[in-house]
Design a protein around this ligand. Structure first.
Ligand SMILES: C[S@@+](CC[C@H](N)C(=O)[O-])C[C@H]1O[C@@H](n2cnc3c(N)ncnc32)[C@H](O)[C@@H]1O
Length: 480
């Protein structure tokens, strides 16, 4: 017998049979398992096992995401570990790991990728991992307030290949037509994921709001398709199970571009195939839409999610639109001089770090903005010249008349290569240090003013500090 169903589930009564509806209701009362995704730039395949032992977690592999794990038990310390603070993993519901896994990336290719609605950056970090930090990932979001979270997450991830832009996604396709091999549109949606967590709460959505969202989703998806190259791929995803935001959006674009786009069947590694709907209420959708995947909470033990991989077979007519322009000089950047570059290189050599090797292997060049030194992807500078950006590449450090001070972002990403000038703190001091407090030091192996790499007894990198008499000043950045 079907139980009393909450109002927000009324619309799903006709989409599921009685058993399924009951299972869905049951699953909605279960707590959502936490999940984490490993950062291959900083951790390795053995890391989850080590964390499991150190923190008492029960980790189960997410079937469709080789770097993703779900926790079988309560893990209140998930966001408080050293590894989380240093960006060795990202806390993410397993459902959110699906969209990026759908892309068919070619091994060793260095593609250009656009994440059109990226903040706070969970899926951007996944894209960077999948590409091994090669190629170029443009992470865009129209909401300036959410950009700081995106920036912090990319800094913590340690990527060199990402650029953040702050533009309306609807225009990106006309400004940058056919510039990207892959485009992710993780669309703004009602969040009707049907299974709630602290991050995803449930609420009723009015039909007016639903309609406004749908119109925006259609515009954004059209823009994503315009931005993709012919034979490029676009993933459309939402954390809503409402057909108006999912199948109806795909259906609208399939009707607009029947010859130019197609949806790829969901890959075999996704264990349960719950296809897109062919009809909802009075609406019938194109057959092709059934190749999308609905992550129903009762089938996957995740929050609700929807995703489809679209291939752009052919060009689509795209009216051009004049791009916004901002030169690097206007944004405050100057190329570093040869003398400055030499000073930075030799200062980093004192830590054992080889900056020229990094610049060459990642295709980066050094730019100065005030005191700040940034390594910016040359690919961005040459292919997207003058397109305004919020930040690009990786922060290398600060250069002033007092000398060069390396950045935490760089030292954290390449901690193993910062093999000199290290200072070990005791296990009892770790919490204080991570709370960004200065520490007293007894032994002074380095002169006053020295910037040292702080580690614990297990040689885990914990940030940079400056020796000042008997104090180790804490240089962890504020976003950390
Ligand atoms: C579902 S969230 C993205 C979550 C993100 N992909 C992640 O995994 O962390 C949708 C994002 O779209 C942004 N957004 C909303 N309307 C937009 C628009 N017109 N253009 C670009 N971004 C937009 C919102 O600010 C929000 O950050």
């Amino acid at each position: 017998m079907t139980r009393q169903i909450p109002r927000q589930l009324e619309a799903y009564r006709d989409l599921l049979n009685e058993t399924e509806l009951n299972q869905l209701l049951e699953s909605m009362n279960q707590p959502l398992p936490s999940g984490l995704r490993v950062n291959p730039l900083k951790a390795d395949a053995a890391s989850p096992k080590a964390w499991q032992q150190a923190y008492g977690w029960q980790l189960e592999q997410v079937p469709f995401c080789p770097t993703g794990w779900q926790l079988g038990n309560e893990a209140s310390n998930l966001s408080r570990t050293v590894e989380h603070q240093m960006g060795h993993y990202y806390i993410q519901d397993a459902a959110s790991m699906l969209p990026v896994e759908l892309f068919e990336f070619k091994p060793d290719a260095e593609p250009s990728v656009l994440d059109m609605t990226a903040a706070p950056g969970g899926k951007t970090t996944h894209l960077i991992s999948q590409l091994g930090d090669r190629g170029l990932v443009v992470a865009n979001d129209s909401n300036l307030q959410r950009i700081s979270g995106l920036k912090g997450n990319l800094q913590r991830w340690g990527s060199t290949s990402a650029v953040i832009t702050n533009q309306p996604g609807e225009r990106m396709g006309r400004w940058l037509p056919e510039q990207f091999d892959y485009v992710l549109l993780d669309a703004p949606c009602s969040g009707e994921a049907l299974r709630t967590s602290e991050r995803h709460t449930s609420r009723l959505v009015s039909s007016h709001e639903r309609n406004t969202l749908q119109q925006r989703q259609i515009k954004l998806l059209e823009s994503a398709l315009q931005a993709a190259r012919p034979n490029g791929q676009v993933v459309y995803s939402t954390c809503s199970l409402a057909p108006e935001e999912d199948e109806a959006v795909l259906d609208a674009l399939l009707k607009r571009y029947p010859e130019q786009i197609e949806i790829r069947p969901i890959p075999q590694r996704v264990p349960i195939h719950a296809p897109g709907l062919l009809a909802a209420g009075a609406q019938a959708y194109a057959e092709e839409v059934s190749k999308a995947l609905r992550l129903w909470p009762h089938l996957y033990n995740t929050a609700g999610f929807f995703a489809a991989l679209i291939v752009k077979r052919d060009q689509i007519a795209t009216p051009s639109l004049e791009r916004p322009q901002q030169t690097l000089a206007k944004a405050g950047y100057k190329a570093v001089t040869n003398d400055e570059q030499q000073q930075i290189i030799s200062s980093l050599q004192n830590y054992g770090f080889n900056l020229p090797a990094l610049l060459a292997s990642q295709g980066l060049s050094l730019w100065r903005n005030g005191k700040s030194i940034q390594a910016i992807p040359e690919r961005w500078l040459s292919n997207f010249e003058h397109f305004p950006f919020v930040s690009a590449g990786i922060h290398i450090g600060k250069l002033s008349r007092h000398g060069f001070q390396p950045a935490h972002d760089l030292a954290s990403r390449y901690a193993a290569q910062f093999s000199q000038q290290r200072l070990t703190i005791s296990d009892q001091q770790i919490d204080e240090w991570l709370a960004r407090r200065d520490l007293p030091i007894k032994q002074r192996a380095y002169p006053d003013g020295s910037i040292v790499v702080v580690e614990d007894q297990q040689q885990r990198y914990l940030g940079l500090g400056q020796i000042n008499a008997n104090i180790l000043e804490n240089l962890l950045p504020h976003w950390q």
